[in-house]
Design a protein around this ligand. Structure first.
Ligand SMILES: Nc1ncnc2c1ncn2[C@@H]1O[C@H](COP(=O)(O)OP(=O)(O)O)[C@@H](O)[C@H]1O
Ligand SMILES: [Mg+2]
Length: 1051
C-alpha cells in the first residue's frame, strides 16, 4: 500500500500579516511552488498526492467555523481534509489495517490545527473518533468493538503518560520490545472508550497534563511529540474472526532548525536530545526512501530513538501511513518551508505494505479449555492410579486454576475496564462542570502558553478574600487561602491576590517578579479585565474580570507573542523602531519602512521568542549561583559593509560574568543549545537538592548553593574569545585620485554606540613607501588603469575606548580586510589603555590597477574592526597564508595583477635584486616627475579641446569615449584639487590650534594673552575655511553653468 502525503499551507498569522510579510508559496492543483524572497526568480516546485490551501479565501462563520469565502473557493476547511485523508484511515482501520497519521512542520504552521483542531474547527483526531464510533454503532449487531485510547508525550527521549492518574515517574516510562508486539511502552494507561465525547474529554485531560507539566519552561511543547494511540479490536462472533488495528496519530515536535546552527559547532554537544526523535525520524525516512529507490543493504535506524521505535511498524512495514506537512507561507519562514517541502518529498518515496491483522477469535479460549480438560483427565487418572505424587497434583491444580483465571479474565476484562473507566469519567466530569460554574461566577487567571494548543487550559479562580499564589500550597496567614502554581522564578509565596468590593488587585511579595502589561510592579496594583500578568520568569496569565465586565471581546489576540511584544516594547524594541533605525543608518528616508524587510521581521520574531528564554536562563543562573548574566542584543543594527550597505541583522546574546566582567557573545543557535543544557543541569540539581532535603528532614532548606560543574560540561561557561566591538569606515575614494587622507573615524558598536575614535591615514606612496607629492594627484582616476598603485594605511591612535573604560584589564586590536585579500590583517594587541597608540603601518600594492579595483576604490571603504581582548584570551593573528608580497615587501591586493611569479619565487637573489630595483625605482621616480609635467600639459590641452568645439561636439565626444569617460569632470577635479590644497593648509592650522595650550604656570595675564592668541588663530582659521568653501562653491557654480550652457538642455 502506498503511503499518502499532503501539504497544508496554513494562514499567515494575524501578526505576521500586520507586519507586512509576504506570501511566497503558491499552489496549483497538487503542485506547490515556493519562491525565494531574496531571489524572486529562484522557484522550486513540488508535487504531492494532495495539497490544501488554507491561507486565504476564507471567512469565520457565526459558529466560529472557518469556511470558504464563496462556494467552490480554493480554501480547504477541516471537513474536506478529513474527507480525503481521515476517511481513508478510518476505513483502513475498520478493515484491520494499522494506520498512522503524522503531522510535520515548523512550530505555528498548523500541525495541531490539522491533527487536533481549535474549538469548533475540529481536527482529524476528534472527527476520526466521532466517525469511528458511528461505524461501531452501525455495525454492533454483527461485531463487538473495543476501543482503547492512550495519549503520551515524548520529550527529551522520555515517555510521559498524559493520561496517567498517578504522578509522573522519574525518567519517564520504559519502552520495551516484545517478539510479537514489537516495541511498546510499558505501563502506559489504555483507557477503554465507547463514545467520541469520552475521547474528547481524555484529550482535554491529556492537554491539561501537558500544560501543567513539571518542567515549566518555555518552548517545551514545541520540542515534544504528542502521540495518540487508538487500539481498535473488532470481534466478529459469527465468522469467528478478530480484527485488530492500531491507529497512531502523531503531532510531531516543531521541525525548525536554528538557522545558523550548521555554521558553527558549539563546544558542548548539542543539547537537543529533545529532537533525537525528530532527527532519527528524518534518517529513517531517508533510508526508507533510499530502499524504495532500490538501494541495497540500507540500514534503517529505527532503534536510535523512542519515537521511531514506537512507529517502526507504521513507518517501514505494516501500516497505512499518511504524512501531513504543514507550511507557513510567509517570506520570513522561507527557509523552514523549503526544508519541510524537501522532507515531505523524501517521505513520498516510501512504499508500505500493510496487511490485515486478523486472527480466529476464541482460539486462545478454545485452546485453554482443551488444555483444562486434559489436565482434569490427568488429575483423575492420578487419583485412580493411586500414585499420589503430591507435588505433581499440586502443580497440575495450579495450572488448572491459572488457566481458568485466564479464560475468565479474557471474558470479563473488557467489561471491567469499561466500568472502571466510567467511574473515572464521572469524577472528571464533575470537575469540569464545577469549573464551568466557577467561570460564570468569579474572576480568574487564564494560562497563556507559547503553544496556542496549551493556552487557556489552566484557570486560577480568585474568589472573595486574600489568596496566596506561589509554590506553596499552604496559606500564609490565617485568613488567606493558597493557589499553588509552579514555574521558574516562582517563590514559595509569590504574590497575594485580593478580591474585595468587586475589585481584584495583586501585591507582589518582597523579591518576587510580577509584571503587569509589560511593566514590573512592586506595589499593590488593581487589575483590569484582560490585563496581562507575568509571574516569575515567564509564567504568563491573562486576567479575566468579573462576568459583568467581560462583554463579547475576543481574547485570542492576547496570545503569548502579544505578551512578549509588550516586553520588547518596554525595552524600546518594536517593529517600527527597527525600521527607523535601519533607514537612518542607511540614510534613506523612512517612507519605505512600511514594507518591512523580511530579515528584519525575522529578527523581531526571534527577539520576542528569545525574551522568555533569556529571562529563564538568568533565573537559572541566579538559582544555581553561576554568576553570569544574559542579555539580548541585536547584532548589526547600525552596521554596514564596505559599500555602506546594511549588514544583515541578527540576534546575539551577551553573556557577562558579574564577578570579573568577562564578556562573551553567543549566537542565537548557541544560546538555544545552551539553554537546553542549562535546563538539564537545573533539573538534575533540583532533584538532587530535593533528595538531599528529604534525607535531612524538613526545615533544613539548603538555599542556593553554587553549582560546581567541570568546565567541559558547564553550559554557562566558555573559553574567552576576542569580541567584535564595532567598526569604522575609512572611505577609499581619495586613493583613486592619489590624494592622501587623514581621518578621525568613529568606531560604532552593533547598536550604534560610539566605541572609540580612531585616527587613521591613507597615504598613496611610491613602491618603496615614499609619500607621493601633490604633483602626483590625479585629475582623472582612469589614468590609474593598468598602472601600479601603492598606498599605506597608517593607524595612529585609538581614543576613548569604551571597552577599556568599563574594565582596565582588557586590550584591543584593529582588524581589516582589503579588496580581494582572503585574509584579515590585525594590528598587534595593545593593553590596559583607553587611548592606546597603535602606530601601525601596512603597505599595499596593486601591480596593475584593474577597472574592478578602481570601482572598489571609488565606492568602498576599508572597514576597520575593533576587537576587544580579555585577559586569558588569545590575540587575533593575521594569517599571511595565501598572501603575496612584492619584492619590496608590501602586500599585493589585486589578484589579477600578480607580478611575474618567477620573481617572487627566487628568494636567494632577493637582496641583489633589491639593490638593482632600488636604482630602477630612482629612475622611475625621475620619469614620474617628467611624466607629471607632461600630464599637466596634456590636461590643459584637453581642456582647450573641451572648450573648443560647440555643445554638439562636446556631447559627441562623451558618447565616443564611452566607459573611458572620467567619472569626474576634469574641471571639477581641478576645483577639488585647489580645494584640497587649501584644506591641507587648513588641517595644519587646525593641528596647531589643537596643540596650542597655555603653559602650565601661566598667570592671569598669560592666560589672557593665550586667549587673545587663540581667538586670533580661530578667526584666521574661520576666514580661511570660509574662503576655501566660497572658492569651491564659485568654481562648482561656474562649472555647472558652463555645463548647462554647453548642453543647452537645462536652460
Ligand atoms: N488551516 C488553518 N486555518 C486557520 N487557522 C490555522 C490553520 N492552521 C493553523 N492555524 C492557526 O495558527 C496557529 C498555530 O497553529 P498550530 O496548529 O498550533 O501550530 P503547530 O501545532 O504547528 O505549532 C493557531 O492559532 C491556529 O489556530
Ligand atoms: Mg502544536
Amino acid at each position: 500500500m502506498v503511503a499518502d502525503r499532503l501539504l497544508l499551507p496554513c494562514p499567515i498569522s494575524q501578526r505576521e500579516r500586520e507586519a507586512g510579510s509576504r506570501c511566497v508559496v503558491s499552489m496549483a492543483a497538487n503542485t506547490i511552488t515556493i519562491q525565494d524572497p531574496r531571489n524572486p526568480h529562484v522557484r522550486r516546485t513540488f508535487t504531492f498526492d494532495y495539497a490544501y490551501w488554507s491561507h486565504s479565501g476564507f471567512v469565520r462563520n457565526r459558529d466560529g467555523l472557518f469556511a470558504a469565502e464563496e462556494p467552490g473557493g480554493r480554501y480547504a476547511d477541516q471537513g474536506s481534509v478529513f474527507n480525503d485523508l481521515g476517511q481513508g484511515i478510518l476505513e483502513n482501520a475498520l478493515q484491520g489495517y494499522n494506520a498512522t497519521l503524522l503531522a510535520y512542520g515548523q512550530t505555528g504552521s498548523g500541525k495541531s490545527y490539522s491533527m487536533v483542531g481549535y474549538g469548533p474547527n475540529k481536527g482529524l483526531v476528534p472527527t476520526l473518533c466521532e466517525r469511528l464510533f458511528q461505524a461501531v454503532r452501525a455495525n454492533q449487531d454483527s461485531c463487538q468493538c473495543q476501543v482503547f485510547f492512550s495519549m503520551l508525550e515524548i520529550y527529551n527521549e522520555q515517555v510521559i503518560d498524559l493520561l496517567s492518574r498517578g504522578g509522573r515517574s522519574l525518567g519517564g516510562l520504559r519502552v520495551r520490545e516484545d517478539q510479537l508486539r514489537g516495541f511498546y511502552v510499558e505501563g502506559l494507561r489504555r483507557v477503554p472508550c465507547d463514545s467520541a465525547t469520552r475521547v474528547e474529554q481524555l484529550m482535554e485531560q491529556g492537554t491539561r497534563t501537558r500544560t501543567t507539566a513539571a518542567t515549566h519552561m518555555n518552548a517545551n511543547s514545541s520540542r515534544s511529540h504528542m502521540l495518540i494511540i487508538a487500539q481498535l479490536k473488532q470481534i466478529f462472533s459469527k465468522e469467528n474472526i478478530t480484527k485488530q488495528s492500531n491507529i497512531n496519530l502523531v503531532d510531531l515536535a516543531g521541525s525548525e532548525r536554528q538557522r545558523s546552527s550548521g555554521l558553527e559547532a558549539d563546544r558542548l554537544k548539542e543539547g537537543t536530545a529533545i529532537n533525537v526523535s525528530l532527527t532519527t525520524l528524518g534518517n529513517v525516512i531517508s533510508s526508507l526512501a533510499d530502499a524504495a529507490l532500490g538501494k541495497k543493504a540500507v540500514h534503517i535506524p529505527y532503534r536510535d530513538s523512542v519515537l521511531t521505535k514506537l512507529l517502526q511498524s507504521a513507518l517501514g512495514g505494516n501500516s497505512r501511513t499518511v504524512m501531513i506537512a504543514t507550511l507557513s507561507p510567509s517570506d520570513i519562514c522561507y527557509e523552514e518551508s523549503l526544508s519541510t517541502l524537501r522532507y515531505a518529498e523524501r517521505a513520498k518515496r516510501i512504499q508500505n505494505k500493510a496487511v490485515v491483522n486478523e486472527s480466529p477469535t476464541e482460539r486462545l479460549v478454545k485452546e485453554l479449555k482443551a488444555e483444562n480438560a486434559k489436565l482434569v483427565l490427568r488429575l483423575s487418572r492420578l487419583g485412580q492410579e493411586g500414585r499420589k505424587t503430591e507435588e505433581e497434583t499440586k502443580e497440575l491444580r495450579r495450572l488448572l486454576t491459572h488457566n481458568e483465571m485466564q479464560i475468565k479474565a479474557i471474558q470479563t476484562l473488557w467489561e471491567q475496564h469499561l466500568q472502571e473507566a466510567l467511574k473515572d469519567w464521572e469524577m472528571q466530569y464533575a470537575t469540569i462542570t464545577q469549573e464551568r460554574r466557577m467561570m460564570q461566577m468569579h474572576p480568574y487567571m487564564l494560562n497563556i502558553n507559547e503553544d496556542p494548543q496549551l493556552s487557556g487550559v489552566v484557570k486560577l479562580f480568585i474568589q472573595e478574600g486574600d489568596w496566596d499564589v506561589g509554590l506553596s500550597d499552604l496559606a500564609h496567614i490565617g485568613t488567606s487561602r493558597a493557589i499553588p502554581i509552579k514555574g521558574l522564578g516562582i517563590q514559595e509565596r509569590h504574590a497575594v491576590f485580593t478580591n474585595e468590593d468587586r475589585r481584584v488587585s495583586v501585591t507582589p511579595v518582597a523579591g518576587a517578579k510580577v509584571m503587569v502589561n509589560g511593566l514590573p510592579i512592586t506595589y499593590r496594583t488593581e487589575l483590569q479585565h484582560l490585563d496581562r500578568l507575568i509571574l516569575g520568569s515567564s509564567s504568563t496569565y491573562l486576567f479575566i474580570g468579573f462576568p459583568c465586565e467581560r462583554g463579547a471581546d475576543d481574547w485570542s489576540r492576547y496570545d503569548y507573542d502579544y505578551f512578549q511584544s509588550e516586553l520588547a516594547a518596554a525595552e524600546g524594541i518594536h517593529i517600527p523602531t527597527l525600521c527607523e533605525d535601519q533607514s537612518q543608518a542607511s540614510g534613506e528616508p523612512s517612507v519605505e519602512s512600511s514594507q518591512t524587510d523580511p530579515s528584519l521581521l525575522a529578527v523581531f520574531y526571534d527577539y520576542i521568542k528569545l525574551i522568555p528564554m533569556v529571562t529563564e536562563a538568568n533565573q537559572m543562573s541566579q538559582e544555581l549561583s553561576k554568576g553570569v548574566e544574559f542579555k539580548l542584543e541585536i547584532k548589526n543594527l547600525a552596521m554596514s559593509d564596505c559599500r555602506g550597505r546594511d549588514l544583515e541583522k541578527d540576534i546575539a546574546v551577551r553573556v557577562t560574568s558579574l564577578e570579573n566582567k568577562q564578556v562573551w557573545m553567543w549566537s542565537k543557535a548557541k544560546f538555544i543549545n545552551r539553554k537546553f543544557l542549562m535546563e538539564e543541569v537545573y533539573h538534575q540539581q533540583k532533584q538532587q537538592q530535593q533528595q538531599a532535603e528529604s534525607a535531612l528532614g524538613e526545615g533544613q532548606g539548603s538555599g542556593s548553593k553554587r553549582l560546581v560543574l567541570a568546565r567541559d560540561r558547564d553550559p554557562f561557561w566558555d573559553p574567552l574569545e576576542p569580541l567584535h566591538l564595532g567598526s569604522a569606515h575609512l572611505w577609499l575614494q581619495s586613493l583613486a585620485f592619489r590624494i592622501p587622507l587623514e581621518e578621525q573615524v568613529e568606531v560604532l558598536g552593533p547598536e550604534g554606540t560610539e566605541e572609540a575614535i580612531l585616527q587613521a591615514q591613507l597615504l598613496p606612496c611610491s613602491p618603496m613607501g615614499l609619500p607621493l607629492g601633490e604633483e602626483d594627484i590625479l585629475i582623472d582616476p582612469t589614468e590609474l588603469l593598468g598602472k601600479r598603485l601603492d598606498f599605506q594605511l597608517f593607524l595612529e591612535q585609538c581614543c576613548g575606548l569604551r571597552w577599556l573604560k568599563e574594565a582596565k584589564n582588557r586590550g584591543v586590536q584593529i582588524g581589516l580586510r582589503v579588496y580581494d585579500c582572503p585574509q584579515s590583517f590585525y594590528t598587534p594587541a595593545v593593553w590596559h589603555n583607553a587611548n592606546p597608540l597603535l602606530e601601525h603601518r601596512v603597505h599595499f600594492s596593486a601591480m596593475r590597477t584593474s577597472q574592478d579595483l578602481l570601482n572598489y576604490l571609488q565606492s568602498s571603504a576599508l572597514v576597520l574592526e575593533l576587537w576587544g581582548l580579555q585577559e586569558g584570551c588569545a590575540d587575533m593573528v593575521s594569517s599571511l597564508e595565501g598572501l603575496r608580497l612584492t619584492p619590496e615587501g608590501s602586500f599585493i591586493i589585486d589578484k589579477a595583477s600578480a607580478p611575474d611569479p618567477s620573481m617572487l619565487e627566487c628568494p636567494a637573489s632577493v637582496s641583489d635584486l633589491r639593490s638593482s630595483l632600488r636604482a630602477l625605482h630612482q629612475d622611475m621616480e625621475q620619469l614620474r616627475s617628467a611624466n607629471a609635467a607632461l600630464r599637466k600639459e596634456n590636461s590643459s590641452l584637453r581642456e582647450q579641446l573641451n572648450r573648443g568645439p560647440g555643445p554638439e561636439g562636446g556631447r559627441g565626444r562623451v558618447e565616443r569615449h564611452g566607459s573611458l569617460r572620467p567619472s569626474c569632470d576634469a574641471e571639477l577635479a581641478r576645483a577639488l584639487k585647489v580645494f584640497y590644497h587649501s584644506m591641507t593648509s587648513l588641517r595644519a592650522q587646525l593641528q596647531r590650534l589643537r596643540r596650542h595650550r597655555p603653559s602650565e604656570e601661566a598667570d592671569l595675564l598669560g592666560l589672557r594673552l593665550f586667549v587673545d592668541e587663540q581667538s586670533r588663530l580661530l578667526r584666521d582659521f574661520g576666514e580661511q575655511l570660509e574662503l576655501s568653501v566660497t572658492a569651491l562653491k564659485q568654481d562648482v557654480a561656474t562649472i555647472v553653468r558652463r555645463k548647462r550652457e554647453r548642453s543647452g538642455i537645462w536652460s
